[in-house]
Design a protein. Sequence first.
Length: 254
Amino acid sequence: MWRHPNLRSKSETICVQELWPDFHLSTVDGRKRESEGKSGVRTGRAEEKTERIFEMVAVEEDLRSGDRGDVDRGSQCSVEVVCVGNELLIGKTLNTNAHWLTKEITKLGGHVKRITTVGDYIVEIAEVVKETIRRRPRFILTMGGLGPTHDDKTLQGVAKATGCRLELDHEALDLVKSKYRELRTHKRIAMTKPRKKMATIPEGGMPIYNPVGTAPGVHLEVGHTTIFCLPGVPSELKGRFNGSIAKIVEKSAG
C-alpha cells in the first residue's frame, strides 16, 4: 500500500481509510495516480481531498494520542476566546467584545485561559484554532468574521482547522431568509451569493439563531471541545451569548 509521507503511523493509514473508504492513492513510475473507487476515473480533486483528510487525521490523532499541550486539568470549564478582525490588530477598533464576554464567562463560573486576536486570513485563523483545539479547553468562542463580505473568513478558517468541508446548511439558510424578511417586509428577498455565504458552515456544525442580526452563529463539536462561532457586532454577540450559550457554560461550570 502506498503511504503519503505525511502519514506518520499505521493508525493514521487506517484512519484515512475509515474517513474516506472509496479514495485510493497508488504510485506508478514514481508518479501519483488518483482514482475514485473501482472506476479508475481521474478525479482532479484528489489532491484537495488528500490534504483535507490529512487535516482531519491530524486533529483525530492528537485527540487519540492524548496530546493535550498545556491543558488545565484543574478546570472543567476552561474557555479560550479567539477574536477575529484586522481592525482589532491595527488599533482601529477597541476590543470591548473580549472585555464583556470574559467578564460574563467569569460570572458564570467559567475560567478564561487565553484570548487570542488574529486577522482576517484563513490560514492564520486555522492555525490559531488548531493550536487552541490541541490544548483541549472545554469551550472555544470565536468572535467576528461571520458576515457576507469577502473579508469575513472565520468559518473558512475553522473548517480548515478541523478538516471539515464547508457546506450550505438549509437550516442556516432558512434563518438568514427569515431575518431578511423581517428587515424588508415589503420587498422580495433575493438570496444572493453573499447572503448564502452566511449559511455556509463547516459540515457537522449546527446553526445558532441570531436574534439581532442576519448572520447565524455556529455550534461545532470537536472531541472534548465545543466551539461556538459568534458575530462580532456587539449587540449580536450579546444577544447570541445570552440567548442560550450562557446557560451551557454555566451548566458546565457546575
